[in-house]
Design a protein around this ligand. Structure first.
Ligand code: BDR
Ligand code: CA
Length: 318
């Protein structure tokens, strides 16, 4: 039986790859996509999610829109300079025939969690506003989450949006604090493991042959241009796809149970994940923090799965 999966997301280039990876993976059944503000504004992340699912021929997957803004302090700026002003690297995918689900994201999530006979995995790869709201509004549903895999934070590295903070945590620090100090069974996939996991031009060429892969490769081009200009590299870090790989295949990253809090002050450290690496924690609120990854294996997993999306199309047609 595939594990039911929810992706809570702000597409976003690496979010788009993460959704496609889930659709290419028989271990999971993508049961719901919920959207959140983040890389671009909510209406755009929602439309992008619909279009990415349509690209893969999966307009049947419901998309429910969530929070348009952070819980307390508005997110200071979006990330159009990284992801393109419309979020998908300047690529305009065909519009989906599907409409957005009429339910608010937290209601759709709660209904799925309360009715699923199997434990549901949630992969949260945007700001954590929706998850924090779920915890507060539907605690009984939240308690039924089988695994929560978050792309966010960093334990031993700098941030990527400020010296201290990683983007998803910085975008809604109060929400991240609520989620990371809850008792949800959480894996935190942060910059420590995402930054070394790089997709290069040869990797991208391996999934670019078919129509779905070609669009995925086109979307990633903006990331390549940003990486080249900002870091002088020709490879791209696909943060969210690594988190979804961990949601699909537990153990993709090596974790240690740590206490984690978020700096919610308004100073220079805002949005920093303070990971107590002095000790392994047995507290019920502790988080499995990703500290190791076999990056080559993770990239191979992602590339071969993305390439298989177009193989599947060929088989269906013949
Ligand atoms: C995270 O920030 C976003 O820009 C990416 O989509 C990813 O979720 C990386 O810090
Ligand atoms: Ca994201």
């Amino acid at each position: 039986m595939p594990t039911p999966l929810v992706i809570d997301t702000d597409p976003g280039i690496d979010d788009a790859l993460a959704i496609l990876l889930a659709l290419a993976s028989p271990e999971v059944e993508l049961a719901l996509v919920t959207t959140v503000h983040g890389n671009v504004e909510l209406p755009q992340t929602t439309d992008n999610a619909l279009r990415v699912l349509h690209l893969a021929g999966r307009s049947d997957v419901p998309v429910a829109a969530g929070a348009a803004e952070s819980l307390v302090h508005p997110q200071p700026e979006r990330a159009g300079h990284v992801h393109g002003t419309a979020g998908l690297g300047g690529v305009v995918l065909p519009a989906s025939p599907a409409s957005v689900d009429p339910r608010p994201a937290v209601v759709a999530m709660a209904e799925l969690l309360l009715t699923s006979p199997e434990p549901v995995t949630v992969a949260a790869v945007g700001p954590l506003t929706n998850l924090a709201l779920l915890l507060r509004v539907f605690p009984a549903a939240a308690a039924r989450i089988g695994r929560l895999v978050i792309m966010g934070g960093s334990a031993a590295r700098n941030g990527n949006v400020t010296a201290a903070a990683e983007f998803n945590v910085w975008a809604d620090a109060e929400a991240a604090q609520a989620v990371l100090t809850s008792t949800l069974p959480t894996v935190l996939v942060g910059l420590d493991v995402t930054l070394p996991t790089v997709l290069d031009e040869e990797d991208i060429a391996r999934f670019a042959a078919g129509p779905i892969g070609a669009q995925a490769a086109a979307i990633v081009q903006q990331y390549l241009a940003h990486a080249r200009a900002t870091y002088g590299t020709t490879g791209v870090v696909v943060h969210d796809a690594l988190a979804v790989a961990e949601a699909i295949a537990p153990g993709t990253v090596g974790t240690v149970r740590r206490d984690v809090v978020v700096d919610t002050g308004l100073g220079f450290g805002r949005g920093q994940t303070l990971v107590d690496r002095r000790a392994v924690s047995s507290a019920p609120t502790a988080v499995e923090v990703a500290e190791r990854v076999d990056s080559a294996a993770a990239v191979e997993f992602l590339v071969s799965r993305l390439a298989s999306l177009d193989c599947g199309r060929e088989e269906t047609r013949s």
